[in-house]
Ligand binder design. Sequence first.
Ligand SMILES: Nc1ncnc2c1ncn2[C@@H]1O[C@H](COP(=O)(O)OP(=O)(O)OP(=O)(O)O)[C@@H](O)[C@H]1O
Length: 299
Amino acid sequence: MIEVDQLTKRYGPHTAVEDVTFRCEPGSVTGFLGPNGAGKSTTMRMICGMTPPTSGGATVGGRPYRHLPNPGREIGVLLDASAQHAGRTGRETLTLAARTMGVGRERVAAVLDQVGLNDTAARRRVGAYSLGMRQRLGLALALLGDPRVLILDEPANGLDPEGIFWMRGLLREFADRGGTVLLSSHLLREVEAVADRLVVIGGGRVVAQGGKDELLAGAGTLVRARDAHALRLTLDRAALPATAGTDGGFVVRAEPGEVGQAAADAGLVLTELRPAGSGGLEQLFLTLTAGASTKEAVR
Ligand SMILES: Nc1ncnc2c1ncn2[C@@H]1O[C@H](COP(=O)(O)OP(=O)(O)OP(=O)(O)O)[C@@H](O)[C@H]1O
């Protein structure tokens, strides 16, 4: 179990993460989703004791990361696949880590096999690895201590479609055996395919969280009016929480009837009014990523 409680991180006047609270339960994969710069890495680094929070805290299995006597045996972490010593071979990297963690050498062969790095790859220096191979080695390091919890920052980066499919299977199996997985991505589709729960972060704050199916299904009402500005004012006046899309529409966290009534009371002409459905989360995510590569974000 991972518990994140009101985590906040400020760098001078800049707030990177603000009041972030969520939990990841055993037996589930939690997708931590947000555009570049949203605060995913900073949150994960705070959970793993690498960045001290300005306020709030996080525990893994009931204890702060720094209080775990042998963290690698309890939590597998992949935060930066390029962090490994370029001059060592993959096998040396794992053997050294196994010694530090106090796990048997047989785990090295087991995890190399698990992540699909063959003998030739294991004997090659990490400096000569492709990004995809580094991600596999990073995952091998995370799995080495046979932990119950995995915390992975953008693990699919650099993997080809087959590699991404393989990784999803690995994470699904890990969770199905009772493990807890937190993985981040800036791609909605990538996380949607494997996660049970989603935590969506934008501008350092959690903007949505819940079960994936619930978030994808009950994502409010999509509404559009001839006069988008008047609609915004009407929604604000009626205290209906709305997120503006990039195309003039709004996703409102309320029933269509309630939204329609507010518009009718204000004498507005609506051009669209319907349950947002799966488009709701997509719309919310597009709004967050507006200005960034929006097409890529929902790919
Ligand atoms: N050491 C630091 N000093 C100052 N600002 C920082 C530092 N680390 C992160 N930030 C800022 O905090 C914000 C959140 O960054 P973070 O790396 O956590 O986002 P992210 O969601 O992981 O994005 P990405 O996918 O691009 O890594 C950004 O505005 C970033 O510039």
